[in-house]
Design a protein around this ligand. Structure first.
Ligand code: NAP
Length: 444
């Protein structure tokens, strides 16, 4: 006991204000209460929930012994709060709330990917001016500590590429379509019934949520500013069970991937459905689970896997950030790990490549007439564009069917060349409808 006194008085408690008492807010309060002893030990000081900003009760969370206000800005203005935990979501009120907290000299912990992806550059700049930090581990892949891994665990590497299944809803839908043979609409309906998808699923199924997360990871991996408006984004709503079946036949799975890759002086940033060889671990990440593959020059490929959503899983990441900030509460700002991984003046102006410049292999499904000569027409077009056919499936036509699906895996080609070839194929008299095209990545 005496020794402790000599070493100095115990650190003062860290006081947090939690704004938003929904799925993640409620779970964060529960985790802090349940694991309080361990968390305090890791912080090196007690953690006290000073105030909660919530305009309604959460039946899954007991706040009877906490000070609760319906005005979240009162929390951001409370002089006793050291860390504001923003869990209201969205980019309107949440942005103003975080700015108010920073202006008042408070550190911020947030799970809000949209806020960081769209306003992170400005928020980090403002936080640096005010000598506080913005922590956002929960913003990408929920409970999977991918931010810390990219920023700290892999700090010795030149990161070459990242490929991630970073939207649990989309992954659930693709998994259901493959495992039960249902359509996109049926799988989406199931996801909604189970609470995995919102009533308006656009953000998830059209890839916007994944683009938010990809841009955050790419910024850390390549030390570049957040460039959400430059991400090429394609959703999964046009994936059919037929394509999932053909992919299987070719030895692939269709996954919705966020891919960030260094290429020369630039980087590729793209979110789209992708065929991945079945033997890859990431191809076997199913249901609502998330996984991120990161390849560094020293470490090689590494894989991070876990629950990408859900109250407690996300709270796990929120609390980890609270611990990080609490540990360095009295540190000088330059002694903390910066939100962007490097000081803001170190961020490069890396060019994001246009999608036409991206080079990948492609899966194509062409509805062609069952007539002699069609295959040679296709072969000529591919050869004119410098693209070779790596694999081909053509089954016998069904009884009475005039069209047969021709499924092709191409060699790697520039997207611009592939688009040229596809335009010519679609113009053939022997081809009907739109040519389905899905990119293929080996991720090796
Ligand atoms: P949620 O369940 O909808 O909770 C948000 C809460 O904030 C609601 O209780 C809402 O209250 C409250 N709120 C919104 N505006 C408010 C205001 N002006 N004043 C007072 N309260 C306000 O959302 P969530 O799922 O917990 O998500 C929170 C954040 O975590 C989001 O940024 C989300 O992207 C992120 N996140 C969530 C997950 C997940 O699995 N859920 C995973 C990763 C990251 P009302 O009900 O009254 O509107």
């Amino acid at each position: 006991m005496k020794g402790q006194e000599v070493a100095g008085s115990p650190a003062r408690a860290v006081r947090i204000g939690v704004c938003g008492l929904g799925t993640v807010g409620g779970a964060t309060i529960n985790v802090l209460a349940r694991n309080g002893k361990e968390i305090a030990a890791r912080c090196g000081r007690p953690v006290i929930i000073e105030e909660v900003g919530a305009r309604r009760d959460n039946p899954d969370c007991d706040t009877s012994r906490l000070k609760v206000t319906p005005d979240i800005f009162a929390v951001a203005n409370n002089p006793d709060v050291d860390i504001l935990v923003e869990l209201v979501g969205g980019t309107g009120v949440a942005r103003d709330l975080v700015l108010t907290a920073i202006d008042n000299g408070k550190h911020v912990v947030t799970a809000n990917k949209a806020l960081i992806a769209e306003h992170g550059n400005m928020l980090f700049e403002f936080a640096a001016q005010k000598g506080v930090t913005v922590a956002y581990e929960a913003a990408v892949a929920g409970g999977v500590p991918i931010i810390k891994s990219l920023r700290e665990g892999l700090a010795g590497n030149r990161i070459q590429w990242i490929a991630g299944i970073i939207n649990g809803t989309g992954n659930y839908i693709l998994t259901e379509m493959r495992e039960s043979g249902c359509s996109f609409a049926e799988a989406l309906g199931q996801a909604q019934a189970l609470g995995y998808a919102e009533a308006d699923p656009t953000f998830d199924v059209e890839g916007i949520d994944a683009a938010h997360k990809l841009v955050i990871m790419a910024s850390l991996a390549f030390a570049i500013p957040l460039t959400f408006d430059k991400v090429y984004t394609e959703g999964i709503s046009r994936i059919s069970r037929e394509d999932i079946r053909y992919a299987d036949e070719l030895g692939y799975r269709i996954k919705h991937l966020g891919i960030a890759q260094r290429r020369g002086q630039g980087v590729e940033l793209r979110v789209h459905p992708t065929l991945i060889p079945q033997r890859r671990l990431i191809a076997n990440v199913n249901g609502v689970m998330n996984a991120v593959l990161v390849s560094g020059d020293a470490v090689g490929p590494t894989l991070y896997y876990g629950a990408g959503a859900g109250g407690e899983a996300t709270a796990s990441a929120v609390v980890a950030d609270i611990v990080d900030v609490a540990r360095t509460l009295e540190a000088r700002p330059d002694q903390r790990v910066p939100p962007a991984g490097v000081a803001l003046h170190e961020l490069g102006e890396t060019q994001v490549l246009l999608q036409e410049e991206v080079v990948t292999s492609y899966y194509l499904r062409i509805s062609a007439c069952d007539k002699p000569g069609v295959m040679s027409e296709l072969a000529t077009i591919f050869s004119d564009w410098g693209i070779s056919i790596e694999a081909l499936i053509q089954h016998e036509p069904q009884e009475g069917e005039r069209l047969v699906p021709v499924v092709i895996l191409t060699s790697r080609a520039r997207e611009a060349s592939l688009c040229g070839a596809v335009a010519q194929i679609q113009a053939l008299h022997t081809v009907e409808g739109e040519v389905v095209r899905i990119r293929v990545e080996s991720l090796g």
